[in-house]
Design a protein around this ligand. Sequence first.
Ligand code: FES
Length: 177
Amino acid sequence: MSAANTQPIPNPLLEQPDFAVPAELEREIDELITHYPRKRSASLMLLHAVQGRFGYISRQAVEWIAGKLEVEPINVYELVTFYPMLHEQPVGKYHLRVCRTLSCALGGAYALHGHFCERLGLDPHAHGPQTTKDGKFTVEFVECLASCGTAPVMMCNDAFYEGVSEQKADEILGGCK
Ligand code: FES
């Protein structure tokens, strides 16, 4: 066997920053799990607790949570990829989420997303999350935010905005100190 064939296969889990859960968070999580008849039912609560501490759910965090819940990592990962409030990557201090599902798309969501991107020096044609170099803003499209009659709608962190014009978008940005 050649030396090239003995190189270890890259493991993306090992390329991420160390993931260590502080003891008090682990105690909180262990207590949370006792609130549910089945450990798996606590999945979303654990994801929120971990994201609340680290800001996002890394692959290592997925593995750790799966171990706590005695499920397969895919059972946790599928939740992270399904729910728009859960992040696989770190996001900026202000997270701007623009709905792009049908009503909002027809109501100007793409122009609104483009407006944010142009104001923040990001690519208006990108579809995935983009974060400004200073880490202050993340802009991304999300799917239906359940207010289709007031399109276009968006969120800035936990605040919800309806019928967002470019002027209102600028006001939202202006409020992000
Ligand atoms: S389509 Fe945007 S809120 Fe439903």
